[in-house]
Design a protein around this ligand. Structure first.
Ligand code: KG4
Ligand code: ZN
Length: 344
């Protein structure tokens, strides 16, 4: 079964053709990052405008790169939640138009479910159940993936997402937006023991995260050094900060893996591209005797192939949308219902 998938939840206009959830026939991503960089973050209105300009060309490119006509496609899939509402609406409207005119099934996909499904592409043998750490620009979750379409979120961030924390720290260190990958690069040349940053102390759910204290500690360190005119080695700060994030994520994931007796640990989302986090997860998985599954770097960040992968399993589970499908800015993985988008 060939699915044409569309993703426009943030600042990448993406389309892909995926066969049977695992085989990527094409994967086109038009990034808007260069434009948002000028403002130090994503400007929602600019994102929506760029999506509407690019979407038709990106979809055509995905079909031609797969050597297919639209007639060869069996279903259309689209990210409908969560994300920037104006950005999501572009993909949702376009996908609805395609599906309605062609009378092909329309499959609504949750963006985070898509990030998790990126691992089905990289690891053809991977099947649920598994424990998944989702770390992206907008989300930090520990998720029990029960089957291809059912999730239990057992830990979440109380404030900033891991990617958001990387981007804010990168900004204070003078790197462009989005700064995660620049921190990763700088950290390779730094001493990760140079600075000791705090680990959050949270009451309540033991698998929850908090990154705002760490972010503030790094920002204060940099500002204080600037005020005193003291030199600060950016590489050392980057390496120490990155190590702290990896340790915090590792600690929580390790506890969850032990509690759930997890045999498979999966990592997903843009931040899963981080080299220190990837290395840390390998250690954690080895220490609890679990297999580790990481997405290929090209499937870590936002793309439509991951949406096409998840859409296949959503389709098999009977998920379909009709012309009333709407976009939803905020929607937990656990709250995916069949009443797509009508709850806003
Ligand atoms: O999943 P994603 O593409 O978008 C969302 O759904 O949010 O994640 C983007 C995030 C950004 O915060 C970016 O800085 C971060 O992923 N990121 C990284 C790295 N590559 C991307 N963070 C740390 N290290 C990296 N190598
Ligand atoms: Zn994403």
């Amino acid at each position: 079964m060939k699915i044409l998938a569309i993703e426009s939840s943030c600042d990448e206009t993406a389309a892909a053709v995926v066969e049977d959830g695992r085989k990527v026939l094409s994967n086109i991503v038009a990034s808007q990052i260069e434009e948002h960089k000028l403002y130090g973050g994503v400007v929602p209105e600019i994102a929506s405008r760029r999506h509407i300009e690019s979407i038709s060309g990106v979809v055509d490119e995905a079909l031609s790169a797969a050597n297919l006509d639209f007639g060869d496609i069996d279903a259309v899939a689209v990210t409908y939640a969560p994300g920037l509402i104006g950005a999501l609406l572009v993909g949702v409207s376009y996908a609805k138009g395609l599906a309605m005119v062609s009378k092909k099934p329309l499959v609504p996909v949750h963006h985070i479910a898509g990030h998790i499904a990126a691992n089905y592409i990289t690891h053809p043998e991977l099947e649920p159940p598994f424990l998944c750490l989702v770390v992206s620009g907008g989300h930090s979750h520990i998720v029990e993936v029960k089957n291809y379409t059912e999730y239990r979120v057992i830990g979440r961030t109380r404030d900033d997402a891991a990617g958001e924390c990387f981007d804010k720290v990168a900004r204070v260190l003078g790197f462009p937006y989005p700064g995660g990958r620049y921190i990763d690069e700088a950290a390779k040349k730094g001493d990760r023991t140079a600075y000791k940053f705090p680990h959050p102390k949270l009451s309540g759910c033991e698998y929850d995260f908090s990154f705002s204290g760490l972010k503030t500690a790094v920002i204060n360190l940099v500002h204080n050094a600037e005020q005193r005119g003291e030199p600060l080695l950016t590489e050392d700060v980057a390496a120490s900060f990155q190590k702290t994030v990896a340790d915090i994520l590792g600690e929580k994931l390790c506890a969850a893996a032990k509690a759930l007796n997890a045999e498979k640990i999966v990592v997903a989302g843009g931040v899963s591209a981080n080299s220190a986090i990837r290395a840390k997860m390998k250690k954690i998985a080895d220490s609890v005797g679990a297999g580790l599954y990481l997405p290929e770097l090209k499937y870590c960040g936002d793309n439509a192939a991951m949406i096409g992968a998840q859409a296949y399993y959503d389709f098999l589970a009977g998920r379909r949308a009709d012309e009333s499908l709407n976009a939803v800015a905020t929607l937990s993985l656990e709250d995916i219902s069949t009443d797509f988008g009508r709850q806003i």
